[in-house]
Design a protein around this ligand. Sequence first.
Ligand code: BJW
Ligand code: ZN
Length: 243
Amino acid sequence: MEPLVLDSRTRLLVLTGAGVSAESGVPTFRGMNGLWENHPVEAVASPQGFEANPSLVWRFYSQRRAGAADVKPNPGHDALVRWEQHLGDRFLLATQNVDGLHTKAGSQRVVDMHGNLFRTKCADCAREPFADTTVHPSGTVPKCDSCGGRLRPDIVWFGEMLDPKDLARIGEFISRQDGTRLVFLAAGTSGAVWPAAGIVDEVRSVRGDTWLVNYESAANTERFHHFVQGQSGQVLPTLAKLA
Ligand code: BJW
Ligand code: ZN
């Protein structure tokens, strides 16, 4: 297998998805056939779903908080930490995962594109999002101390805008002109959710090299120069040549 060469002339953007956490025991998003307890995921991961049934949405996220609290990073997460230690500011990790496992593993230059399971914000006022591990009792909706409105998970749901600061950080890394060559590697993601699915084309537009590591073929596999099929916890630890 051709190695991914990470030398002093390379900058690396990594995009991860649910597949990277699968070997830690976190269920993937579409691995549930797009269903949670027979509800379509859009019904529990969308602003419309929250308006219609906020206590159902809190049960979904409370269950996931409980499930993700004790999980541990796997060798795929650890490989990304080593790559970052080697590359320093020539490394950026954009993750769609909300489970916090990259930070737990020791990654530092992380963009949480879709938010964080262990953060809460107010649906009704502009207070700052705050760290929160609470698992709420079934059937309840927590209230905001500031305005009395409804709290919600600090997650980017379908139809919501990603934080423009996060998109700018990724865009600036892609367009950086410091004499290095850009390499993009996506791992464990179905390539079905935008704007993450379009990063590969942004990278190609500046002539970057593109790699996909995934268990199955993704929706955008043909957009990548290299496709390594396998589990990220097995592939990532041996894929890169640090030079
Ligand atoms: C392994 C493995 C192992 C397993 N090793 N691999 C352009 C075109 C069409 C639609 C749109 C568009 N632009 C925007 C949209 C609308 C929408 C969208 O993309 N819809 C699509 C479904 C078509 N996007 C949005 O709404 C985004 N907002 C936005 O763009 O705002 C502006 C706008 C709005 C509306 C219209 C136009 C513009 C927001 C997206 C937010 C996504 N949020 C979610 C849920 C919340 C988080 C949560 O609760 O967890 O985030 S959706 C869900 O999908 C979750 C994930 O982060 C995300 C990506 O999933 P991921 O990571 O790819 O997981 P899976 O399960 O799908 O795949 C796992 C893969 O791993 C599989 O391929 C396995 O084979 C593999 N695998 N084990 C390696 N061990
Ligand atoms: Zn409030």
